[in-house]
Design a protein around this ligand. Structure first.
Ligand code: E4P
Length: 214
């Protein structure tokens, strides 16, 4: 499973990339706004930190506007992926951008049927929001499992991103479900890295070594 880091924070991305486990980055308007700076220079810097895909979201609500917004974003770097909302207009824009050779990530997907339509429209990625479904009492991983099966059955090339990841268990479940990608907030990625017994184990090895090697 590929790992994307779900943040627009350059320091977090730099750190995660240094671990050698990051295959790409996803941002969204909320994450970008948190940085309190103009987005284009941030996007440029993020694209310089990884060769992997970097998703940048459009805000227009009509297909024409989405395509117009996408064009300058796509020019920032060759690894920019245009993130588009899962609406009829979004699907139109995804098709149009595909015709122009621009890759897309159809976002805000909550059902396997929406994921099916995103694949039909030619999206490069389909982002299924697991955590937000869990928030309303549903099993957020179920549409991921269903979409994985559907994409396999019909050999769709679109890659499924398990998004809105809230805890390490989501990462594990996404991997077990066969998601192509999990996009993970940096604090959750850090939780995946650590275990208290790892820390205790290191300390014990150091202490034992010191006892005999003065
Ligand atoms: C996906 O690409 C989104 O940026 C993201 O995963 C949203 O997650 P949230 O529900 O934590 O905002």
């Amino acid at each position: 499973m590929k790992i994307f880091v779900d943040t627009a924070n350059v320091a977090e991305i730099r750190e995660a990339v240094s671990w050698g486990v990051v295959d790409g980055v996803t941002t969204n308007p909320t994450l970008a706004a948190k940085e309190g700076k103009p987005f284009l220079p941030i996007l440029k810097e993020i694209c310089s930190l990884t060769k992997g895909p970097v998703s940048a979201e459009v805000l227009a609500e009509d297909a024409k506007g989405m395509v117009e917004e996408a064009l300058p974003l796509a020019k920032v770097a060759p690894n920019v992926i245009i993130k588009i909302p899962m609406t009829a207009e979004g699907l139109k824009a995804a098709g149009e951008l595909k015709n122009r050779g621009i890759k897309t990530n159809v976002t805000l997907i909550f059902t396997a049927n929406q994921a099916l339509l995103a694949a039909k429209a030619g999206a490069t990625y389909a982002s299924i929001f697991v955590g937000r479904l869990d928030d309303i009492g549903e099993d957020g991983m179920q549409p991921v499992r269903d979409a994985v099966q559907i994409y396999k059955t019909y050999c769709y090339k679109t890659e499924i991103i398990a998004a809105s990841i809230r805890k390490p268990e989501h990462v594990l479940e996404a991997a077990k479900a066969g998601a192509h990608v999990a996009t993970i907030p940096f604090p959750i990625l850090k939780q995946c890295l650590g275990h208290s017994l790892t820390d205790k184990g290191i300390q014990r090895f150091l202490d034992d070594w010191k006892k005999v090697r003065k």
